[in-house]
Design a binder for this molecule. Structure first.
Ligand code: HEC
Ligand code: HEC
Length: 200
């Protein structure tokens, strides 16, 4: 038993040295950082403001104290993050709750009851929608808010938008095409379309 322990200990020490030497290379045995932010109150705003210049792993692999997150957000704003003064507090609350090295995250049950849009936020993240869309600013494609405003009163809007997200295309908002998302299930497409329509 002791020999096995020593071997394991040496292995861990060795790995630590390798990791230290390679700075950012992830250890092979460790699970990779999550590609989307943990569901919970504030996740949509944080995703919309923070997953623009870099992917969500910059956040999911990081655990900071509340004060350090506050500093990080200021730092990101200095780097150009489009965060309004009133949005700092909810983003800080979210990060300090879910990525705090001094406190455990709230249990998932509490999270799902407070954030009903989470499955859609996950889909938006996983399918790179946010690379071209934001909720209230035009990027490559229209803002989700202007899409919701345009189709809001139309009862078949969710079906129309689900089909458009699946097939892609151009001409409604301008000449730039949206690429197709043929791999998404009908349920996911419906979820995305109805989430977009709620962003009024
Ligand atoms: C305008 C672009 C931009 C936005 C928006 C942005 N960041 Fe960053 N972020 C950067 C740059 C540039 C770096 C440093 C270079 C790098 O690590 O890729 C960085 C690095 C980080 C790091 C260090 C990650 C690491 O492991 O090295 C964290 C944590 C981080 N950002 C969190 C956030 C959070 C939280 C938000 C939202 C409040 C945010 N970022 C929004 C540009 C941005
Ligand atoms: C490479 C950039 C890009 C990506 C990625 C992208 N879109 Fe788009 N999206 C666009 C463009 C450009 C348009 C405008 C197309 C047009 O004018 O017909 C658009 C239009 C839309 C519309 C409005 C459709 C209409 O006919 O009015 C919705 C809804 C939408 N996108 C949702 C999504 C969702 C959800 C995803 C992720 C699954 C996504 N987009 C990924 C660029 C993109």
């Amino acid at each position: 038993m002791k020999g096995r322990f020593d071997r394991a200990f040496r292995l861990v020490t060795g790995l630590t040295l390798i990791i230290a030497a390679q700075a950012n290379a992830p250890a092979q045995d460790e699970p990779p950082p999550a590609k989307t932010l943990a569901p919970g109150k504030g996740v949509e705003l944080t995703t919309a403001r923070c997953v623009l210049c870099h992917d969500a792993t910059h956040i999911t692999r990081t655990k900071l104290s509340r004060g350090e997150w506050e500093f990080n957000i200021k730092n990101m704003i200095e780097r150009g993050a489009p965060i309004a003064p009133a949005e700092i507090a909810p983003i800080l609350e979210y990060l300090a709750a879910y990525y705090n090295r001094e406190a455990a995250p709230p249990p998932p049950a509490a999270a799902t009851t407070t954030a009903e849009g989470d499955p859609a936020a996950k889909l938006l993240n996983a399918n790179a929608c946010l690379a071209c869309h934001q909720t209230d600013k035009r990027v490559v494609g229209p803002s989700f808010r202007e899409v919701a405003a345009k189709y809001g009163a139309n009862s078949s809007a969710a079906t129309t938008l689900a089909a458009k997200i699946k097939q892609g295309g151009s001409g409604v908002w301008g000449p730039v095409p949206m690429p197709p998302n043929a791999g998404l299930s009908d349920a996911d497409l419906q979820q995305l379309a109805s989430w977009v329509l709620r962003q009024k």
